[in-house]
Design a protein around this ligand. Structure first.
Ligand code: ATP
Ligand code: MG
Length: 553
């Protein structure tokens, strides 16, 4: 890019080398989720990495459901996963691949291994197989069935397929090396008998391939060049290579591992999220406090902000945790120019301008985004009765409090200066009403250059205000206090959700659409909830406050 030196990550360096040495002529990557849950921010990393590489090298990006394991799969997840990937902007063309489409090829591949003397049918029980396998210190022992003839193996494997044997009574194993220091290479099981109905193939099969056998075949069939996965598969790579080499694929794919994304102050484990959902602590998998992609979208994160976050967190082989504050930084940066800045009062208190004519209404032109002229302006109504935030008034202010207090003058954002002359309280001492006078000379836009005030506060015209519910979020767990209790349960923050039901918004919000984001002036970024907003009720989620402690390196 115009002489700019951008350091490439280790995967790009490997790809450069492969292309230079002619190992591959193009780059084909894939994202292969199991349809057994919602995708989360960790998956987003994998999606954007794989898609990004395909795009960078003018290659291809495949999207494939890894649906070889019928017990755990649920079709209900298929659509949500497709929606999430599309939303992230990872374009996979028109084809959704299914690993189960290749069951015939996988069966043929197993037959080929048998014919080469590289696979055998084994009658040991699961426990016996484990016993024979040995461990890190001790080599394994050969199965007594290891030397069955090719003919016998072909016959037994076919009969396994035909349903002649009960579930679990036989398996097909690769014949590799029971003394290998890598336990994955000790004659791993590659097919098992299991009578399970598959969402795609129904009851056609009663034998199913194991992941380590199926995955390299799926990649090879699709012409994947770089099969990128996370570090826990590093020890499985020799088996991956063994499978594609023994099956003699002409241009076999290669596996490259990178470190998973971990994020502070969030929960990603399916087990914990399930518990939070079941215990009613969160409102489903898309609760805005979670970091499933559906939850991030509902909270108001944008695909651009997530992309930016992945760029900042980088790709490496070293295990590390990314700071949640960095994700917040990314959405603030993204919405800074995009979101209109409007006035919303979350904890309203009436402000009455005693000397403003009753029944009079005037309109101020207020810019939608001071940093983005193209955002234009809007008309904001102003009259005798307004709402301001309770926070912006104090009976007895401390030093350096520049907002409203008896005798003090402030600017009402985009309107007039007002001075507090009186206030009323109820029997509990709660302030119910503030009385002010305004100075007509100080009209915003009139060129008034008289006295200065130190505080500017936002406001909403009471007559035209619209009502809304606003939900404020805090982290659902706090890293510093420990994510787990001593008994292993989740130590969740009981204050992670605050619901404000009496918020007053300026009239322009009447056009707000579900999913649309705004800056509430002086407060933060908020998104119209896509699930609970109705024609009669506006619900906002706080995406992030305006303040940040995070600074990018
Ligand atoms: P499980 O195996 O518990 O079902 P999973 O997160 O591994 O969960 P998959 O559907 O197998 O779910 O994941 C699809 C892809 O996403 C895999 O390539 C996996 O390596 C990658 N992936 C999963 N979690 C992360 C993460 N935290 N960071 C980066 N990539 C991830
Ligand atoms: Mg997995």
């Amino acid at each position: 890019m115009e002489g700019e030196v951008i350091s490439k990550n280790f995967i790009e360096q490997e790809i450069d080398k492969d292309l230079k040495e002619g190992r591959y002529k193009e780059v084909v990557t894939r994202f292969p989720p199991e349809p057994n849950g919602y995708l989360h921010i960790g998956h987003a990393k994998s999606i954007l990495l794989n898609y990004g590489l395909a795009k960078e090298y003018n290659g291809k990006f495949n999207f494939r459901f890894d649906d070889t394991n019928p017990t755990k799969e649920k079709t209900e997840f298929v659509q949500s996963i497709i929606d999430d990937i599309k939303w992230l902007g990872a374009d996979f063309g028109d084809t959704v691949h299914f690993a189960s489409d290749y069951f015939d090829d996988m069966y043929e591949a197993a037959v080929k291994l048998i014919k080469k003397g590289k696979a055998f049918v084994c009658d040991l029980t699961a426990d016996e197989i484990r016993e024979y396998r040995g461990d890190f210190k001790n080599p394994g022992k050969n199965s007594p069935y290891r030397d069955r003839s090719v003919e016998e193996n072909l016959d037994l494997f076919e009969r396994m397929k035909n349903g002649e044997f009960p579930d679990g009574s036989k398996v097909l194993r690769a014949k590799i090396d029971m003394a290998s220091p890598n336990i994955n290479m000790r004659d791993p099981v590659i097919y098992r008998i299991a009578r399970m109905t598959h969402h795609n193939t129904g009851d056609k099969w009663c034998i199913y391939p194991m992941y380590d056998f199926a995955h390299p075949i799926e990649d090879a069939i699709e012409g994947i060049t770089h099969s990128i996965c996370t570090l826990e598969f590093e020890d499985h790579r020799p088996l991956y290579d063994w499978v594609v080499n023994e099956l003699e694929y002409p241009n076999p794919p290669r596996q490259i591992e990178f470190a998973k994304l971990y994020l502070t102050n969030v929960v990603t484990g399916k087990r914990y999220i399930k518990k939070l959902v079941e215990d009613g602590i969160v409102d489903g998998w898309d609760d805005p406090r979670l970091v499933s992609i559906a939850a991030l979208r509902r909270r108001g994160y944008t695909p651009e902000s997530i992309k930016k976050f992945m760029e900042l967190s980088g790709v490496s082989k070293a295990q590390s945790s990314s700071d949640y504050a960095m994700l917040e930084y990314c959405i603030r940066e993204d919405l800074k120019m995009k979101a209109n800045r409007m006035m919303a009062v979350l904890d309203p208190i009436k402000l009455i301008i005693d000397n403003y004519p009753e029944g009079q209404v005037e309109y101020f032109d207020i810019e939608n985004n001071q940093e983005n002229e193209q955002a234009g302006t809007r008309k904001v109504a102003f009259s005798r009765e307004l709402y301001i935030d309770r926070d912006d008034f104090m009976e007895e202010p401390p030093k350096k409090y520049f907002r409203l207090f008896p005798g003090n003058e402030v600017r009402l954002k985009g309107a007039y200066f007002v001075k507090c002359v009186d206030y009323k309280k109820d029997e509990n001492g709660k302030v119910t009403e503030i009385h002010c006078t305004y100075d007509p000379e100080t009209r915003s836009g009139s060129g008034f250059e008289g006295r200065k005030v130190k505080g500017t506060i936002h406001w909403v015209d009471a007559q035209t205000a619209i009502d809304a519910e606003v939900r404020l979020y805090e982290n659902i767990v706090d890293e510093e206090k420990g994510k787990l209790n001593e008994d292993g349960t989740l130590n969740y923050n009981p204050n992670s959700l605050t619901i404000l039901t009496d918020c007053k918004l300026e009239a322009a919000f009447k056009d707000a659409k579900p999913g649309e984001s705004f800056q509430f002036i002086r407060n933060g970024f908020f998104c119209v909830d896509i699930k609970d907003t109705t024609d009669d009720k506006l619900v906002f989620n706080r995406i992030v406050s305006l303040k940040s402690s995070y600074k990018p390196a």
